[in-house]
Ligand binder design. Structure first.
Ligand SMILES: [Zn+2]
Length: 232
């Protein structure tokens, strides 16, 4: 079953929409897994991947022990404008109020915004995380160097999760936190994974790849949910 949730508005007043999937009406309050895509609006590969699940899960959601909240467009302005940033031209994944946040731009591609947590998309996401307290977060991006990026200290279990995904992922590379090769202050991995102890995987699909190849990561999404479904 599915319930559509509007959890806020973007900088350009587009609705921020989530889809809550659950098995049946008795199971609306199970532990929640959060899956999001297009925090960077031009990284549409994640949208293609999530599209695959919408209709089957609407008909029959296969998990009994967890619910899944899917946010296909975490940055709807960016998706509409085919750009990385939101309607205020801020990189949402450099704008969350993390301890390492900095107003300094590392380069022009990553404008962090006037202050930490300034953007409406991020305020809404932070409220959503406070409200739903997800047990795990999968955030889909795309990058020329595809990889499974694990965010969280060892005690969050995030490396067990990353290794579990690695077995089925077409991308045979696991990195942690900033090991991607450049600093990412104010990102969701740091905000949720390291600072709130929610095991968070930033899954980097191969940028610009054909949709058929992107869909090879379907089992990664399934495994992500199974990991928690087996636990609760
Ligand atoms: Zn990205």
């Amino acid at each position: 079953m599915i319930r559509r949730i509007i959890y806020g508005k973007s900088a350009l007043k587009n609705d921020l929409i989530g889809y809550l999937f659950f098995k049946n009406n008795k199971k609306q309050n199970l532990p929640l897994i959060l899956i999001l895509a297009t925090i960077h609006g031009d990284e549409v590969e994640g949208l293609w991947l999530l599209d695959h699940f919408e209709i089957p899960w609407r008909v029959k959601f296969p998990y009994s022990n967890v619910n899944v909240l899917v946010i296909p467009q975490a940055n709807p302005d960016g998706v509409a404008l085919k750009q990385r940033t939101n309607g205020n031209k801020v990189d949402l994944n450099r704008n969350l109020p993390t301890l390492d946040w900095s107003a300094e731009k590392f380069n022009d591609r990553y404008p962090p915004g006037p202050f930490a947590g300034s953007e409406p998309e991020n305020k809404a996401l932070m409220e959503l995380i406070d409200l739903y307290k997800p047990k795990g977060i999968l955030t889909l991006h795309s990058f020329k160097d595809p990889q499974i990026n694990a965010n969280g200290d060892d005690d969050t279990g995030v490396m067990d999760l990353a290794n579990y995904l690695f077995e089925v992922s077409p991308y045979k590379k696991i990195t942690r936190g900033d090991e991607m090769g450049y600093p990412t202050p104010g990102c969701l991995g740091t905000y949720a994974g390291y600072e709130r102890k929610i095991p968070t995987i930033t899954y980097e699909l191969r940028r610009g790849d054909h949709v058929d190849n992107i869909l090879e990561s379907i089992p990664v999404v399934e495994r992500f949910i199974e990991f928690f479904n087996n636990k609760f």
